[in-house]
Design a protein. Structure first.
Length: 451
C-alpha cells in the first residue's frame, strides 16, 4: 500500500499519465493508419500507372516516354502530374520538305555580318517585310530595325511580325502588339504563355522575308547576336540569305503561321537555273517523323570525306549518335564544335558527356573558346551545307517549331567550311571527366529529353 501511494504521489505517475495517451495514440494509429494508407497507396499506384500508360501510348519519341516513366517511378504523384500535363495535344503538325532552287545564296559567319545586309534589305523593301523570330529584345539592334519598319510601313509596305511569347516573355512588354500597331506594324505572339507546360513546345524559327529575299539561321533579333551586348565573350552564330524559289518557300512558312492566307504568299519564280536546295521545317508537335531530324540523318549519311558540324547543345538520340559514329568509323573526317562556356548549366554538362562518347567512336570534338557558340550549321565534303534553327538536342529534333535549308553548291559550302576550320583552330579539346561527373552524367541522361 505504501509503495502504491508513493507511485501515485511521485514523479513517475506524471510520466505515466503522459505516456499512456501517447501509447494509446500509437496503438490507435497502428490499427487505423493501414486502413487509410492502403487506399492512398493504391490510389497513388493506380494514378501513376494510368499516367505511365498514357505516356507509353502517346506519339512522343521513345526517349521522351522512357524519361517520363522513370520520373513517375521516382516521384509518383509529381511525376505523373507533370507527364500528363506535357502529353502531346492538338498542335500544328505540318512537316515541310521542298526541293527547290535558290537564285543566289549568301552566308554570314557572324551576326554582325548579317546585321548590315539585313538592314539594307529592310530599307529597300517595296512590298513586304515579314519577320518571325524566337527572341526579339529591346536594345540597339531592335531600335535600328523598328525604325526602318516604321518608315517602310508609312510608305505602304506590308510589315508583319511574329514572335514566340515564351522566348520574348522577358524581352518585350505585354502590350507590344498594340505599341507596334500604333507604328503601322502588325505583330502577333505565337504560343501564348498559359498555366500549363505547353511552353516546352516553342516557335524557335528564325525567318525574315523581304520582297524576294529570305533569311534563316540561328540569329535572333537581340543585341548579343550582333556584338552590341557581350555575353560569354563573342557570340558566334550563322545565317543564310537566299533569293528565288527558296525565298518563296520561307514566305509560305510565315504565311501559314500568320493564319494560312494563301493570298499573302508571293508567286514562285522560275524553277530554271539557280542552285539546288531543300527547305525543311517542322511544327511544334511531338513526332518521331520530323523533317529536320530526317534531313540531318541524310546529311550525315551522304558525307564521303568530311563532315563538320556546329551546335550549342548536344543532347542527341540514339539514331543521331549512331549515325555520327558510323560515319567516323567509315573513314569520314567528322568534326564537331560545341561551346566552351555554358549559357545553361545542365545542357552544357550533358553536351560534354555526349561529346566524350562521340570521341570514343572516332568523332573529333573541340570547344569554341572565343565566346559562346550558338551556330546551327554543317558542311559535308565542301559541297553540301545546311544552316538552320535546329540544335542537336531532343527539344529541337522532336519538339519545337524549327526550319532550315540545305544548299548544294561549292561556293556557299566552301565559305562554311572555311569558317568552321577557322573556328576549329580557336578550339580546345573537351576536358576529361572524373568518375563522379561521369556517374552523374549517366543519371542525368535519363532525363535528357526533358531538359
Amino acid at each position: 500500500m505504501r509503495n502504491l501511494r508513493r507511485f501515485f504521489s511521485g514523479r513517475l505517475f506524471s510520466l505515466v499519465l503522459i505516456a499512456l495517451p501517447v501509447l494509446a495514440a500509437g496503438v490507435f494509429l497502428a490499427l487505423w493508419l493501414p486502413r487509410v494508407l492502403a487506399p492512398i497507396a493504391a490510389a497513388e499506384r493506380l494514378f501513376s500507372f494510368a499516367a505511365a500508360l498514357a505516356c507509353s501510348a502517346s506519339k512522343e519519341p521513345e526517349e521522351n516516354r522512357r524519361s517520363k516513366i522513370v520520373l513517375i517511378v521516382l516521384l509518383p504523384w509529381v511525376g505523373a502530374i507533370f507527364c500528363l500535363l506535357t502529353l502531346p495535344r492538338g498542335e500544328w503538325d505540318e512537316r515541310v520538305r521542298r526541293e527547290c532552287t535558290a537564285s543566289s545564296a549568301e552566308y554570314f559567319p557572324t551576326g554582325e555580318d548579317m546585321r548590315r545586309r539585313l538592314l539594307s534589305d529592310l530599307a529597300a523593301a517595296k512590298r513586304q517585310i515579314w519577320l518571325q523570330y524566337y527572341i526579339i529584345a529591346e536594345g540597339t539592334f531592335w531600335d535600328e530595325i523598328s525604325a526602318v519598319l516604321e518608315e517602310r510601313a508609312k510608305d505602304g509596305v506590308d510589315v508583319r511580325l511574329l514572335y514566340d511569347d515564351f522566348g520574348c516573355s522577358f524581352t518585350l512588354p505585354k502590350d507590344f502588339p498594340a505599341r507596334a500597331a500604333a507604328r503601322g506594324i502588325k505583330a502577333k505572339p505565337l504560343r501564348p504563355v498559359r498555366f500549363c507546360l505547353g511552353s516546352a513546345r516553342r516557335e524557335h524559327r528564325k525567318i525574315a522575308v523581304i520582297d524576294g529575299v529570305a533569311y534563316t539561321g540561328g540569329i535572333n533579333l537581340a543585341d548579343e547576336y550582333v556584338g552590341e551586348k557581350i555575353r560569354f565573350g563573342h557570340w558566334k552564330d550563322t545565317a543564310l540569305r537566299v533569293t528565288g524559289n527558296a525565298a518563296a518557300v520561307f514566305a509560305s512558312l510565315f504565311s501559314e503561321r500568320w493564319g494560312g492566307n494563301a493570298d499573302m504568299v508571293p508567286p514562285n519564280g522560275s524553277d530554271e537555273g539557280g542552285m539546288s536546295c531543300t527547305v525543311y521545317a517542322d511544327g511544334a508537335r511531338f513526332s518521331s517523323f520530323r523533317e529536320g531530324r530526317g534531313e540531318l540523318l541524310r546529311f550525315i549519311a551522304g558525307a564521303k570525306f568530311s563532315l563538320y558540324l556546329n551546335t550549342p547543345y548536344l543532347l542527341p538520340d540514339g539514331a543521331l549518335l549512331g549515325a555520327l559514329g558510323a560515319a567516323a568509323r567509315a573513314g569520314v573526317d567528322v568534326r564537331l564544335m560545341i561551346p566552351h562556356l555554358p549559357d545553361k548549366k545542365f545542357p552544357f554538362f550533358l553536351t560534354r558527356s555526349y561529346a566524350r562518347e562521340l570521341e570514343e567512336a572516332g568523332v573529333r570534338v573541340r570547344e569554341y573558346t572565343a565566346g559562346f557558340l550558338h551556330a546551327k550549321s554543317a558542311v559535308a565534303d565542301g559541297a553540301l551545307c545546311t544552316v538552320s534553327s535546329y540544335n542537336l538536342d531532343f527539344r529541337s529534333l522532336y519538339l519545337q517549331s524549327e526550319c532550315g535549308i540545305t544548299l548544294r553548291g561549292e561556293g556557299t559550302a566552301k565559305a562554311l567550311e572555311r569558317d568552321f576550320l577557322s573556328c576549329w583552330e580557336q578550339g580546345t579539346p573537351v576536358p576529361p571527366a572524373k568518375l563522379p561527373a561521369r556517374m552523374l552524367a549517366r543519371a542525368l541522361r535519363l532525363f535528357a529529353p526533358l531538359i
